[in-house]
Design a protein around this ligand. Sequence first.
Ligand code: AMP
Length: 212
Amino acid sequence: MKILMMGPPGAGKGTIAEMLSENFGVVHLSSGDILRDAIKENNPLGMKAKAFMEKGVLVPDEIIIELMKEKLNTDKFVLDGFPRNLAQVKKLEEANIGIDIVLNLQVDEETIISRISGRRICEKCGKIYHLKNMPPKKNGICDVCGGKLYQRKDDKPQTIKERLNTYKRQTEELIKYYGEKGILKNIDAGGNKETTYAKITDLEWLKKRRYK
Ligand code: AMP
């Protein structure tokens, strides 16, 4: 089962990918998390990526491809944030890593901005919260592991705009590409995570695989 999550920043790709990972036993591979971990670990590739991420633009393909390569040695995954342009798609195909289904989460821009600016993340386990829509029980503290919640630097207003532009310029064309391949499913993701997840598990493709 090889699933690719698509959609603009703030569409809920990470949240939905986590739910799919828990319920279907697929590995959640978030390129953004992999990059942030590489920075935390002072990995030289992470250090090179840092300035690009802070600006809200894509990091060079060779960096992200190198980091993703070793993680993609499984055939049960949900990819979130990679590939992000056609050059990265090509690399996946050259490595014979096929995608079975692409879930394109669709959300309007106003919702995106409100979601991203309220997003908070646990610094220890990575669980995602939202100050209004999915608040933790205790202010600033993760319900799961007690870790401290933080706001991503690139979730601040000036960078959100740049990330949306980057998405429109470079990533949106993948929707057309996967659409033409016949594996794209558009999902209205403007509601809460339960509603969006229900729409996904209602897809025939996933229903057939539920009990496998
Ligand atoms: P995300 O957590 O998916 O919003 O990604 C955060 C940032 O990491 C992006 O704004 C990019 O700078 C970088 N990034 C994540 N995935 C990729 C990718 N596939 N290609 C290039 N840059 C990426």
